[in-house]
Design a protein around this ligand. Structure first.
Ligand SMILES: Nc1ncnc2c1ncn2[C@@H]1O[C@H](COP(=O)(O)OP(=O)(O)OP(=O)(O)O)[C@@H](O)[C@H]1O
Ligand SMILES: [Mg+2]
Length: 158
């Protein structure tokens, strides 16, 4: 299952995240791909909003903190692998966090393997100053969840 959406502005990307949040449960894994400034963190802002994280909490790429933890309806573990070497990624013990919340990973290209079958991939591509193509690909149970989302959502621009 694959869905392509054109985001025309920052707010669209936030809304896509916010909308998808309704379908998230602890144990869910979301892998984010795309170049610098493509909108990965912007999308996480929307997810956090949808999961009722305090709006005063500043959502930013955890480039130095490695993992940001936000408490909302569920716990969100926001990870950024951009600056990390393979051994550092292993030391993070990312997969343990799936036992207690939702895990969202920026620069997921740097993972050497994914130990679970059910996950969602989201690819961000740069069109121009304020346009992005967002492609969602579901694996395992996420194929059906995406189908449901597509039915319920009015955000499909393409
Ligand atoms: N349609 C859009 N969707 C998302 N962001 C957009 C859009 N149009 C413009 N922007 C701008 O692009 C930037 C996206 O930055 P963001 O931090 O979300 O990217 P990122 O993919 O997380 O980058 P990094 O890899 O550096 O962490 C923001 O400044 C945002 O305002
Ligand atoms: Mg980011």
């Amino acid at each position: 299952m694959r869905i392509e959406i054109i985001s025309n502005k920052e707010e669209d990307t936030i809304n896509i995240g916010k909308n998808l949040a309704k379908f998230l449960r602890p144990g869910d894994l979301i892998l984010l791909y795309g170049d610098l400034g493509c909108g990965k963190t912007t999308f996480v802002k929307g997810l956090a909003e949808g999961l009722e994280v305090d709006p005063d909490i500043y959502i930013t790429s955890p480039t130095f903190s490695l993992i940001n933890i936000y408490e909302g309806k569920y716990t969100i573990y926001h990870v950024d692998l951009y600056r990390l070497e393979e051994f550092e990624i292993e030391e993070l013990g990312i997969w343990e966090y799936l036992n207690s919340g939702i895990v969202i990973i920026e620069w997921a290209d740097k993972l050497s393997g994914i130990p679970i079958e059910n996950f969602l991939e989201i690819k961000f591509e740069y069109f121009d100053f304020s346009k992005r193509k967002i492609t969602l690909i579901g694996y395992g149970e996420w194929q059906d969840i995406l189908k449901e989302w597509k039915k319920s959502s009015n955000l499909i621009y393409k």
